[in-house]
Design a binder for this molecule. Sequence first.
Ligand code: ACO
Length: 340
Amino acid sequence: MASNFSNTTARASTAGAVRSRIVGVGSALPTRCVSNQELALELARKGVETSDEWIVARTGIEQRWLAEPDVSSSMLGTQAAQAALRSAGVAADDIDLVICATSTPDFIFPSTACLIQKALGITGGAAFDVQAVCSGFVYALATADGLIRSGVARRALVIGAEVFSRILDWNDRSTCVLFGDGAGAVVLTAAQKPGILASRLHSDGRHEHILRAAGNVCGGAVKGHPFLTMDGQAVFKLAVNVLNDVARETVEAAGLTINDVNWLIPHQANVRILTATARKLGIAPERVVSTVAQHANTSAASVPLALSVAVEDGRVKSGDLVLMEGVGGGFTWAASLVRM
Ligand code: ACO
């Protein structure tokens, strides 16, 4: 899915401080779309009871895209990156930094970012993964912004790519209905004007137990519990509070107010979290980009996927002020305020 976001060729200032700017957006989804009704039928065959009504009422999710067994995070991430490069009018050769946010990497190592780098034919610069679960894309964007501002890189691909379907326990109805697979990417380049106005990143490991996939590979065998587990109500409460706090903190750091924000793009976990966050912030529902109905929760891919959809359908335009927010396992949370 290529974005039609207008192309900009940005040049670093020789006089002022270097900043970074998003000049291209893209995304990718697997080919298999599974509606709630289809999923409920599939689960019923193995004795797991759920319904479209329950899923829609509690989460707002109507469908999810699930990767075929031979499709990996790096493949989806590569497709999203290619779409972002096309939208930016930037050649893969011009990229000197690839950061991939993922909790479902292809391998223990090398990083998914290195695999994407190889697939794109990029042979220089740096490539590494960021692991901050559903906050991963915002963490990666802030990291790339910092590396561009400090002169380490000039053109970055920042990607969120996930195949969360691989770490779901399909016998646990309280989690398996919530997630999907996908990828989103942006091209970030050095620029005279920001771009990324401010970012704020947070984590508090004391909450690590409320959302986790506490497994490992040891001596060739799986150790621990390699499937996602969650205390849904604890996650809900914490998510709404921290998303409110970090949104205000980030906007204030940029010397702006919540009223200046044209679009809120929060992590797409659950429509009730999105609605409650927007209400707390005093942001009208029509200024919130919500793709959770179409994609379900795609973890680190959810924010760039939603951004890509909103750029493609013409809602987010050049010059708009966009507040992106992530929240997820760790517990982690983060926000970036971006002038498109
Ligand atoms: N289908 C039908 N019934 C279900 C399902 C299902 N898929 N899942 C749970 N239930 C049942 C439970 O068994 C329970 O039944 P009982 O009352 O007979 O015991 C009942 O529904 C209520 O279960 P709760 O867990 O209390 O439901 P709740 O209203 O809390 O909703 C949910 C669960 C949607 C997960 C909610 O807690 C939530 O939105 N949490 C936020 C977490 C979230 O969105 N996480 C996404 C990942 S985290 C992240 O990305 C940051």
